[in-house]
Design a protein around this ligand. Structure first.
Ligand code: DGL
Length: 263
């Protein structure tokens, strides 16, 4: 048992979609969320740069006494999870990957759309998963250009955001995809507009949030790190971008907007 917090890290607001899943399923656990904010977006930065940023953020979370760290960022996971596990061998890590495997197993049309950042789509693990499960399927990948920026700006409902979403999804829809993978933790905040764009065509839109929460639970059990029953959870928000950004993180975490689970 441990009443130490779980650390959750992302380039910015995106990991809050994972924070909400964990908070909902594990109400006894204290959580420290670090949204970099200063260096966001990570999507087209080099692997070395993202690894440096992830290292600094994880050190910050360990200073807070975190017992387990969730890298709630597909981009940072693709670039840095191996290095983080080597550098901090006594800390259990959970990383995030686009949910390509379940999508390939579930598709009926044989066409799967995957929207993620450039760095995630170039990741070795991602390419290996596509090579393994995408045999005989058409995997259409696309970068969600402008999507992360829209979420960071709080512009989820803006007409320009809907345009950005249409630009990316229209070719995937036209190719006959029946399942679209949101491979970036920022994207579930755009679910209302994504659902509107794909609406009425029977296309399933999936993300990795629930699977990650299950993985957190299984690691807490494996390491004997669950918080005691009845423990009063505390929530903290940190950022590399200063106080105002932290306050925005806190408000967004608790607001419930755009998050299917909290509706
Ligand atoms: N939320 C992140 C991800 O899951 C990173 C987005 C970005 O900073 O470009 O990939």
């Amino acid at each position: 048992m441990s009443d130490a917090p779980i650390g959750i890290y992302d380039s910015g607001f995106g990991g809050l979609t994972v924070w909400r899943e964990i908070r909902h399923a594990l109400p006894n656990e204290s959580l420290v969320y670090l949204g970099d904010g200063k260096n966001c977006p990570y999507g087209s930065l080099s692997e070395e740069r993202v690894t440096e940023l992830a290292d600094a953020s994880v050190r910050r979370l360990l200073e807070e006494g975190c017992k387990l760290i969730v890298v709630a960022c597909n981009t940072a996971t693709a670039a840095a999870i191996g290095r983080l596990r080597e550098t901090f061998p006594s800390t259990p890590f959970v990383g995030l990957e686009p949910a390509v495997k379940p999508a390939c197993l579930r598709t009926r049309s044989g066409v799967v759309g995957v929207v993620a950042t450039e760095r995630s789509l170039a990741g070795r693990k991602f390419l290996a998963t596509v090579a393994r499960y995408g045999v005989g399927k058409r995997i259409m990948t696309a970068v969600g250009r402008g999507w992360v920026e829209a979420v960071e700006a709080g512009a989820e409902a803006a007409p320009e955001t809907e345009e950005r979403v249409r630009e990316v999804l229209d070719p995937i829809i036209a190719a006959g995809a029946d399942i679209i993978v949101l491979g970036c933790t920022h994207y579930p905040f755009l679910r209302p507009v994504i659902e509107k764009v794909v609406g009425g065509r029977g296309i399933e839109v999936i993300d990795s949030g629930a699977a990650v929460e299950k993985r957190v639970e299984s690691l807490l059990d494996e390491y004997g790190l669950r918080a005691p029953e009845g423990h009063a959870a505390a929530y903290r928000f940190l950022s590399m971008a200063g106080r105002e950004y932290c306050e925005r993180l806190c408000r967004k975490a608790l607001s419930g907007d755009g998050c299917a689970r909290e509706k």
